[in-house]
Ligand binder design. Structure first.
Ligand SMILES: Nc1nc2c(c(=O)[nH]1)N[C@H]1C(S)=C(S)[C@@H](COP(=O)(O)O)O[C@H]1N2
Ligand SMILES: [Mo]
Length: 317
C-alpha cells in the first residue's frame, strides 16, 4: 500500500488521452460543428457504447467547506490507488479502458426491496449534488476533490433495510480482461469494503458518479464509487457492482490482507500511527505542502457521534 508512490507521481503527457478526446469532441460539437461537411452525421460523433453520458447539473453543497484549495484535476485523476490495475499510482491510462456502459449495481441482502439498478437509471432517481471533500490516504498524502453524486442514505432509504441489517458491503468490479492487477492472486479479489448502517445513513457518506463536473474516469472508480471522507481512503471502494446489507461485520480487502495495519473502522486520527509510519501530518497532492492531519480528517462535528457507543472497538486504522 505504501509502495513506489514517488515514481508513479510523474505521468507522461501522452497518458492523459481521455481528457484530450473529450476536449476534441467538444470542439467538434461546438464552434467547429458549422465547418463540418453536411454529409457528416452527428451519430458518428456519439459516445462509444461503453462510455458515460454527461452528468446532470449539480449544485455545490455549501455545508462541507474544504478549507484548502481544490487539487488540480490532473493530479487527482492521474495519481491513484486502484490495485485491480496494479500497485503503482500510474494506472489512469489502463483504467480508462474499463467499459463503463452498460453497468449494473445490484443491491441485495437484508433489504425489503432488493433491486438491480442500471447506473443511468440510478443517477436519474437520485438527488444529484456536488460535494468538495478532503480525502486522506493512509499512506500519508491527501487531496481535495469536487465530487458529483448523491448521499448513500438516499439509496439506503430506497431499498428499505430490514430491522436486522447492521452493515453494508461494497463490492468492486473484477474484470480480468482490463484489470491486470487481478492476476496478483494473493490479494482477496474482488475488492470489498464495508461500513455500518449507521455510518451509511450519515449525511457525509456519498456515492460519487463524477468529479470536476464530469463523469468519473476509470482511475477514480468509474462509474460509481463510495466516499467516507472522515476515514482513510482505502475504505472508499471504487467501481461498485454490488451493495449487500448484512447483520454481520463483513470481511474487507485491506483488513483481510493485513489486519494489524488496516482496521475495519479506519477513522483518521493523527495521534494513532500506522505501525510503520506516523499519521501526524500529510502531504497535500500537487502543492508539496505538508499539513497537520486532523481527527476524523476534520469532519468530527458531522461524524463523531457515530462512535460514542463503540469506544471498545478499534476505531483508528
Ligand atoms: N476497488 C478499489 N477501490 C479502492 C482502491 C483499490 O485499490 N481498489 N484503493 C483505495 C485507496 S487506498 C484510496 S486512497 C482511494 C483512492 O482514490 P482516488 O484514486 O480516487 O484518489 O481509493 C480506494 N478505493
Ligand atoms: Mo489509500
Amino acid at each position: 500500500m505504501l509502495i513506489r508512490s514517488r515514481r508513479g507521481y510523474e505521468i507522461p503527457e501522452h497518458q492523459v488521452t481521455p481528457e484530450a478526446l473529450v476536449l476534441n469532441r467538444r470542439a467538434l460539437l461546438g464552434a467547429g460543428a458549422a465547418l463540418l461537411p453536411t454529409a457528416f452525421s452527428p451519430p458518428a460523433l456519439a459516445q462509444s457504447a461503453t462510455a458515460a453520458p454527461p452528468l446532470p447539473e449539480a449544485q455545490r453543497n455549501p455545508r462541507y467547506v474544504p478549507g484548502r484549495d481544490i487539487t488540480a484535476e490532473r493530479e487527482a485523476t492521474t495519481y491513484n490507488n486502484f490495485y485491480e490495475f496494479g500497485s503503482t499510482k500510474s494506472i489512469s491510462r489502463d483504467a480508462a479502458r474499463m467499459p463503463l456502459r452498460p453497468w449494473t449495481i445490484k443491491v441485495d441482502g437484508m433489504v425489503g426491496k432488493p433491486r438491480e439498478f442500471d447506473i443511468d437509471e440510478l443517477i436519474r432517481l437520485m438527488p444529484i449534488e456536488e460535494r468538495v471533500y478532503r480525502l486522506r490516504c493512509v499512506e500519508g498524502w491527501s487531496m481535495v476533490v469536487p465530487w458529483t453524486g448523491f448521499p448513500l442514505a438516499e439509496l439506503v432509504k430506497l431499498v428499505e433495510p430490514t430491522s436486522s441489517a447492521r452493515f453494508i458491503v461494497f463490492r468492486s468490479a473484477a474484470l480480468p480482461a482490463v484489470m491486470p492487477g487481478l492476476r496478483q492472486s494473493w490479494y482477496p479479489w474482488p475488492h470489498t469494503e464495508g461500513c455500518s448502517l449507521a455510518e451509511a445513513t450519515n449525511d457525509m457518506s456519498f456515492l460519487a458518479v463524477g468529479n470536476y463536473g464530469k463523469p468519473l474516469q476509470g482511475a477514480n472508480g468509474a462509474p460509481i464509487r463510495v466516499l467516507f471522507p472522515w476515514k482513510y481512503g482505502f475504505k472508499s471502494g471504487k467501481s461498485i457492482v454490488r451493495i449487500t446489507f448484512s447483520d454481520r461485520q463483513p470481511a474487507t480487502f485491506w483488513n483481510t490482507i493485513q489486519p494489524s495495519e488496516y482496521g475495519f473502522w479506519a477513522n483518521v486520527n493523527p495521534e494513532v500511527p500506522h505501525p510503520r509510519w506516523s499519521q501526524a501530518s500529510e502531504r497535500v497532492l500537487g502543492t508539496g505542502d505538508r499539513v497537520p492531519t486532523q481527527l476524523f480528517n476534520g469532519y468530527g462535528e458531522f461524524v463523531a457521534d457515530l462512535y460514542t457507543h463503540l469506544q471498545r472497538e478499534r476505531l483508528w486504522a
